[in-house]
Design a protein around this ligand. Sequence first.
Ligand code: KMT
Ligand code: NI
Length: 180
Amino acid sequence: MKAYYHDNDKSLGFTEAHDSGESVLVADLEKIGVFYRQVTTPEELDSIASKRGYRNRDTVDLGVAQMGGEEAFGRKLDMFYAEHYHEDEEIRYIVDGEGYFDVRGQDDRWIRVVVNKLDLLVLPAGIYHRFTVDSKQRAITAIRLFLNEPKWEAIPRGSQVTDARIQYEKDLGVRESQAV
Ligand code: KMT
Ligand code: NI
């Protein structure tokens, strides 16, 4: 895992690295409610899942071949890259490949979290985010963990503000005041 501010360079495709050179620490991710851990064994993953109450899981395998061609893959990538939030945590354990999770920092700047094999990343409910693969591997396999049944709804930014978002903003305020 590596995290940095996104360079917001519109002249490059969104699957490029977009590394501004300004790095972001795990402690900074914690301040916005993002949990990161390198998890090296299935037992450790089970233990974290049990502690955090993740009762269900499945595997997602994303790539050109799996999607049935470039066109369908491109549509899927566009969907993942549209800024949104969820009512529940988004929990991903990377099994193979590489991906970029972009999350909004306190100042609303994009922070890019580069994830690889053995990375466990948990985005809190209500955080604005987006996802894409990297331009070289263009594929990722991840275990998706869920508290209960998967809630797939992605709430696009600017569409509606539900309880999860209101709660997230409140939690963020609490964390910010603790940090001072
Ligand atoms: C998501 O919800 O953004 C995904 O599942 C992307 C693939 S998992 C790394
Ligand atoms: Ni999402």
